[in-house]
Design a binder for this molecule. Structure first.
Ligand SMILES: N[C@@H](CCC(=O)N[C@@H](CS)C(=O)NCC(=O)O)C(=O)O
Length: 204
């Protein structure tokens, strides 16, 4: 059975949502961020980068949300990737943005030590987060066809955007300023795949 290393309110829930969308059996292994378990040698044997998600497959451990979601789509849930090449590329356009920009904006709130040693530099990075996350939301808002990113059909990008949309309040962004994103979040929250992730304590 596939095993997913996860921690609450992290991007690991995107993988859980995709697994649940495909009714794929999986086992969750919770990583205790409070005690810094992700920084310890035992977890580094699973993921030397010290991050979640990490998915244990029969062929080995996979990391990086984008790689994991694409693997799951190819092996278990092909319906989450549009068949049309341009539509699939549009989905990946969002996925790369989430990985390289929006998630990184969010990480500047708590993880400044990744980029700078001076505490005053961290405070500056934290202070910028409401602005950069709101800017990311402005880009996403303009894309959303509704109720999901590309209309009625859920894709990998929706599963990835959902956990990030749940970070917004804590990141100082009022989701009410982005009505299509708010409606997207509500539509995703009512899906059984997402409700199960909430019930497991992965989100919220
Ligand atoms: N690029 C990775 C990012 C993974 C990542 O940064 N995960 C965070 C939680 S959202 C983490 O494990 N942080 C632990 C730490 O920084 O110590 C992905 O998209 O999977």
């Amino acid at each position: 059975m596939l095993k997913l290393y996860w921690a609450p309110n992290t991007i690991a829930s995107a993988t859980a949502i995709v697994l649940n969308e495909g009714n794929v059996p999986w086992e969750g292994i919770r990583v205790d961020f409070a005690s810094g378990e992700q920084t310890k040698p035992a977890f580094h044997k699973v993921n030397p980068k010290g991050r979640v998600p990490a998915l244990v497959t029969p062929e080995g451990v996979l990391t990086e949300t984008g790689a994991i979601l694409e693997y799951l789509a190819a092996t278990e849930v092909p319906s989450l990737v549009p068949v049309d090449p341009l539509h699939a590329a549009r989905m990946r356009e969002v996925m790369y943005f989430l990985a390289s920009t929006m998630h990184v904006n969010h990480a500047h709130k708590m993880r400044g030590a990744r980029w700078a040693d001076e505490k005053r530099s961290w405070a500056d990075m934290t202070a910028k987060v409401p602005e950069t996350m709101a800017l990311s939301c402005t880009y996403i808002e303009a894309l959303i066809a509704g109720p999901f990113l590309f209309g009625d059909h859920v894709t990998l990008a929706d599963a990835w955007l959902y956990p990030i949309s749940c970070w917004l309040e804590a990141d100082g962004v009022d989701i009410a300023d982005f009505p299509k994103l708010a409606a997207f979040r509500a539509a995703m929250a009512s899906r059984p795949s997402v409700r199960t992730a909430h019930d497991m304590g992965m989100i919220g």
